[in-house]
Design a protein around this ligand. Structure first.
Ligand SMILES: Cc1cc2nc3c(=O)[nH]c(=O)nc-3n(C[C@H](O)[C@H](O)[C@H](O)COP(=O)(O)OP(=O)(O)OC[C@H]3O[C@@H](n4cnc5c(N)ncnc54)[C@H](O)[C@@H]3O)c2cc1C
Ligand code: SF4
Length: 498
C-alpha cells in the first residue's frame, strides 16, 4: 500500500501519525520552505548561549492592520505560492503557506477543544473527537500545559482577580473567562517578550518538531521542494502531478491513497484545479476578526521591563443573544513593545511630542482580539478561472460591523466590572480571511453532496483522495481551530479506509 500525504503543517503531521501507527508506509510530499540560513544560524547561536539575545535583525516593523506576521522578520512561510497557484483577491485576505510546518511557524499557539455544542452539526459518526483530542494533547507533550497562572503578566493577574470576584454576575451577563491555553514549552520559556516576532528559543510549538520525530520512523519518507500541482484518480490508483521547485521538472507519482493537507486555502485551489471546471466556485468560511484596544482602570508601573510572554494571556466567551446569535470569542493581550511601535507608525512626527503622555496609556493598554462564529461572518468565494488563475473575493454581506459594534457597546456597558474601558474609536475590523481562521470549503457530511466530503474527507467522485485539513470542518465556532484540525486529521489517518 503506497500512501502519500501532502503538507507538513498541523493537519499533515497528524494524519501521518495516525497512518504510521497503523503500520502504513507513508511518503510526505511538501514544498517545505525553511528559514533563511543566516537567520537560522543566529537562532542556533542564541539558543546555545545563555545571554539575552540581541535580535534586532530577527524583528520587523509590525502593523497590526495591514501587515502579515513575519516570523523572525522573514517572508519564508508565504514565499513562492503565487508562482504555482496564481490568484487575484478582491476586498479580502488570502495568504497560504508553502513552509515546512505551514502556518504553525507563525501561529499564536492558542489551543482549545470544540465543545459538544460546536460539534453538534458534524456528522453523527465523527462527532466524538474526545479520544483524538487526548492523543494529540499527549503528543504535544511539553508544549502543552493547561494551567498558565504562573506565567501570567501582572496586568493579566489583576484582570483575572477582578473577574473572579464578579464571577457570578459575569455568568448571568453571558461572560465566561479563563486563562489562555497555549502550545508553548513554558518550562524553558525565558519570558523574554519576543513571541510576536518569532520565539528566539523556538519554544512555541511548530509542527517541524513532530516532523523531525516522524523522520526517525523507518516507514516514513519526507520529500521536500516538491509542489503538488494536481491529482487525478482512476479505479486502481491516484496520480499525483508534481513539480520540483528547484529544477522545475514535472513528474508523476502514483499512490493507493492520497491525503491532502495543504491548508484550507490551498487545498480548495487544488480541488478546483483537479475538477477543472472554469467558473466553478467554492466558499471558504471565515471567522470575522477584530482588534479592540482597551484601557485598564489603573496603570501598571514597570510593565516595559516586566518578564512576560506576549501571546494571548486571557480568554473570554460572550454568549448574549442581544449581541450575537452565537458565542463571541475574545483573546486578551497585555503589554508588549509592539504597542509603542504601532503608535510610532501611526503618529509619525507627532510621536516624540506625545510620547510622555502615551507612556501612561501604555501602562494601561490591553488589546482584545475578537472573533465571530463563521455563521455570522462573510466567506471567501474562490472561483476557478483556468488551471493557473483563481479569483478570490468576499462573498455574502453579513452585517459583521453591526455585531462587532454590539460587542463593543456591551463591553462598554460593563466596563467598571471588567476593569477595562474599550477605546471604540481605535476599533479595527479585519478583512474577510484575515482572522487566519478559515475552514469548511468542503464540509464533511454523512451524505455528501457536490463539494462536500464523507467522514473520511473524500469528495464525491473520489474514492482514494482524502482531504484532511481545515477545509473539511463542517462548523467554525469563534476561537482556536488548530487542535480540532489536528484531532480530526489524526482520526482519519487512524481509522479511515485503506
Ligand atoms: C498569524 C497566525 C496566527 C494564528 N494563530 C492561531 C492560534 O493561536 N490558534 C489556532 O488554533 N490557530 C491559529 N492560526 C491558524 C493555524 O496556523 C492553522 O489553523 C494551521 O496552521 C492549519 O494547519 P494545516 O496543516 O491545515 O495547514 P498549513 O499550516 O497551512 O500547512 C500547509 C502545508 O502544506 C504544504 N503545501 C501547501 N500546498 C502544497 C502543495 N501544493 N504541494 C506540496 N505541499 C504543499 C505547505 O508547505 C505546508 O507544509 C494562526 C494562523 C496565523 C497565520
Ligand atoms: S516569552 Fe515567548 S519568545 Fe520568549 S522564550 Fe517565551 S515563548 Fe519564547
Amino acid at each position: 500500500m503506497k500512501v502519500i500525504v501532502v503538507g507538513s503543517g498541523p493537519a499533515g503531521v497528524s494524519v501521518t501519525k495516525g497512518l504510521l501507527e497503523r503500520g502504513c508506509k507513508v511518503t510526505l510530499l511538501d514544498v517545505g520552505n525553511t528559514l533563511e540560513t543566516d537567520k537560522q544560524v543566529l537562532l542556533d547561536t542564541i539558543q546555545k548561549s545563555d545571554a539575552l539575545p540581541h535580535i534586532e535583525s530577527l524583528r520587523y516593523p509590525a502593523n497590526a492592520k495591514n501587515k502579515m506576521k513575519l516570523p523572525y522578520g522573514s517572508n519564508f512561510i508565504y514565499a513562492g505560492v503565487k508562482e504555482y497557484f496564481s490568484w487575484d483577491v478582491q476586498n479580502c485576505y488570502f495568504s497560504p503557506s508553502f513552509a515546512q510546518g505551514g502556518l504553525s511557524n507563525v501561529w499564536g499557539g492558542a489551543i482549545a477543544e470544540y465543545t459538544q455544542d460546536d460539534l453538534s452539526n458534524w456528522p453523527v459518526s465523527c462527532r466524538d473527537l474526545s479520544s483524538y483530542y487526548s492523543d494529540i494533547i499527549s503528543w504535544l507533550g511539553k508544549y502543552y500545559i493547561s494551567d498558565t497562572s504562573s506565567v501570567l503578566s501582572q496586568q493579566a493577574h489583576y484582570l483575572k482577580n477582578v473577574w473572579q470576584k464578579h464571577f457570578v454576575e459575569f455568568e448571568k451577563k453571558g461572560f465566561s473567562f479563563g486563562q489562555a491555553t497555549l502550545a508553548i514549552d513554558f518550562n524553558q520559556c525565558r519570558l523574554c517578550g519576543s513571541c510576536q516576532y518569532g520565539c528566539p528559543y523556538q519554544l512555541i510549538y511548530n509542527t517541524s518538531i513532530h516532523l523531525d520525530l516522524l523522520k526517525l520512523n523507518a516507514d516514513f519518507n519526507y520529500i521536500n521542494d516538491v509542489v503538488v500541482e494536481n491529482f487525478s484518480e482512476d479505479k486502481n490508483e491516484v496520480v499525483v502531478h508534481i513539480k520540483n521547485k528547484k529544477n522545475f521538472q514535472l513528474d508523476k507519482v502514483y499512490a493507493d491513497r492520497l491525503f491532502v493537507a495543504c491548508g484550507a486555502g490551498l487545498s480548495s485551489l487544488l480541488y478546483l484545479r483537479a475538477l477543472n471546471k472554469p467558473g466553478k466556485e467554492l466558499y471558504l468560511k471565515d471567522s470575522q476578526h477584530f482588534i479592540l484596544p482597551c484601557l485598564l482602570d489603573k496603570p501598571f508601573k514597570g510593565v516595559e521591563s516586566e518578564a512576560l510572554h506576549v501571546l494571548c494571556q486571557l480568554k473570554a466567551s460572550l454568549t448574549e443573544e442581544n449581541v450575537s446569535s452565537f458565542p463571541v470569542y475574545l483573546q486578551f493581550y497585555t503589554y508588549m513593545d509592539l504597542y509603542l511601535q504601532e503608535m510610532k507608525n501611526k503618529l509619525r512626527w507627532v510621536f516624540p511630542l506625545v510620547k510622555p503622555f502615551l507612556n501612561s496609556w501604555i501602562r494601561r493598554l490591553v488589546v482584545i482580539q475578537g472573533y465571530l462564529n463563521s455563521k455570522e461572518s462573510n466567506q471567501l468565494a474562490i472561483q476557478y478561472q483556468s488551471a493557473n488563475k483563481f479569483k478570490i473575493k468576499k462573498s455574502q454581506s453579513k452585517s459583521t460591523s453591526t455585531t462587532i459594534r454590539k460587542v463593543v457597546r456591551y463591553l462598554k456597558k460593563h466596563k467598571n466590572e471588567l476593569a477595562l474601558k474599550p477605546l471604540h474609536f481605535l476599533l479595527m475590523q479585519s478583512l474577510t480571511g484575515q482572522s487566519n481562521h478559515v475552514t469548511g470549503s468542503l464540509p464533511m457530511s454523512d451524505h455528501p453532496q457536490e463539494d462536500e466530503v464523507d467522514i473520511w474527507g473524500r469528495p464525491r467522485h473520489f474514492n482514494r483522495v482524502h482531504f484532511v485539513d481545515g477545509s473539511i470542518l463542517p462548523s467554525m465556532p469563534a476561537g482556536p481551530i488548530t487542535l480540532t484540525i489536528m484531532a480530526n486529521a489524526y482520526r482519519i489517518g487512524k481509522e479511515g479506509p485503506l
